[in-house]
Design a binder for this molecule. Structure first.
Ligand code: HSE
Length: 393
């Protein structure tokens, strides 16, 4: 028999509302007893007595056995999650920044308390990648996990490439549709996909890597010259996080835009859709596709976690617990396209080989091989205006 869940929900924004819409259509053995919200004055679609601004109405209620945390503020989400787990309540969260930043500690607390924390909705919206990495790819040697992990950036790139919209126009629309974060720099600067990458890498390889130590560049420095270059060569630009095992001993992680050709499976992943490409030793290549942002797609992943709790589901973190040899590395060579203004940057980056160089009055670029470590060492210069870096096939 499945256990009755009595829920307390923090947040009633895009995902909270989406989740509620789905729950309403089903006859599940669960009750939402309380919503804790930040803004008491906002008009809500549900009876006022269900809402409060007092977190203890959920955290101190012994009847509430399941906390659903869907708020924006990562620090507040962390405090809620830790308090709830320590009180023996199970938690479902969609807060990627909070999970990525505190995963090791949150794993320990789950092991100490026996409470379960699930977060499928935090990574790639509707795509069930975390449970697959945990369960299905348990024994597989994973060569890499990559893809499109940010719906807003992908939406913007699609509108630019397919409909000739301006960057600003497309970003505004992504915000209106509820895809973007409250601070959209997290999306277009490549931070949001980096948080998701840290979580994915953790479940793929059993490593805890702090997001601050992972290099990320987003699409916010994309210029008209880069778009023209891509079009002329038959490429599209996508924002791609990569987790890759090298030399059977190291894992490399970074987020960079990438020029992708028609042959790449990610070329046709458009709008707010996400895609996760898993390359494994025996299963070979597998591809997961689905909506990566929006209330209903993300709400469906959150609901799947909630209902999994009725049967006592928990992540076992087996890959983390098994003694293993993998370490995090930034010593990795990749091929990049770099648009730049100042020639001294080229010297600093120490290209190991150069395959193409172009100079014109308003446009200089270089294509060549470079070590990730040199990119990281010069990231302050690379993140200046006038510079755009992207991987190129
Ligand atoms: N801002 C995120 C995105 C929401 O655009 O992908 C889903 O995590």
């Amino acid at each position: 028999m499945s256990k009755k869940l009595t829920l307390g929900m923090f947040g009633f924004g895009v995902v909270g509302q989406g989740l509620y819409d789905i729950i309403k259509t089903k006859n599940l053995n669960l009750e939402i007893k309380k919503f804790v919200i930040k803004n008491a004055d906002k008009k809500r679609s549900l009876p006022a007595e269900l809402f409060t601004t007092d977190p203890s109405a959920i955290l101190n209620d012994p009847e509430i056995n399941t906390v659903v945390e869907l708020i924006d503020d990562a620090e507040a989400a962390y405090n809620i999650t830790v308090t709830a787990l320590r009180a023996g309540k199970n938690v479902v969260s969609a807060n990627k920044k909070m999970i990525a930043t505190h995963l090791e500690e949150l794993t320990e607390i789950q092991q100490e308390t026996g409470a379960s924390l699930l977060y499928e909705g935090a990574v790639c919206g509707s795509i069930p990648i975390i449970r697959n990495l945990e369960e299905y790819y348990d024994n597989e040697l994973l060569h890499s996990v990559s893809g499109i992990f940010n719906g807003s950036s992908n939406y913007i790139l699609s509108k630019i490439f397919n409909e000739n919209q301006s960057y600003d126009q497309a970003l505004k629309k992504a915000q209106e549709l509820g895809f973007a974060e409250t601070d959209p720099t997290l999306d277009v600067g490549g931070y949001d996909p980096k948080f998701k990458l840290a979580i994915v890498a953790s479940h793929a390889y059993g490593l805890y890597i702090k997001p601050d130590s992972i290099f990320n560049v987003g699409i916010d420095r994309l210029g008209p010259q880069d778009i023209r270059f891509a079009r002329e060569k038959g490429y599209k630009i996508k924002l791609i996080p990569l987790a890759k095992e090298i030399d059977n001993s190291k894992v490399v992680l970074y987020v960079l835009p990438k020029f992708v050709s028609k042959e790449n499976i990610l070329y046709n992943v458009e709008n707010e859709n996400n895609g996760v490409l898993v390359k494994a030793a025996f299963a070979d290549e597998q591809f997961f596709f689905g909506k990566g942002a929006g209330g209903h797609p993300t709400g469906s992943a959150v609901l799947s976690d909630i209902t999994a709790l009725r049967y006592g589901y928990r992540y076992e973190y087996k890959k983390h617990l098994d003694a293993q040899q993998l370490t995090y590395s930034t010593d990795y060579e990749l091929q990049v396209y770099l648009r730049y203004e100042d020639d001294t940057l080229i010297e600093k980056l120490q290209f190991t080989s150069i395959s193409e160089r172009y100079f014109a009055n308003d446009f200089k670029y270089i294509i060549g091989k470079i070590n990730l470590q040199h990119i990281i060492e010069n990231q302050a210069d690379i993140k200046q205006s006038g510079v755009f870096i992207a991987e190129i096939e």
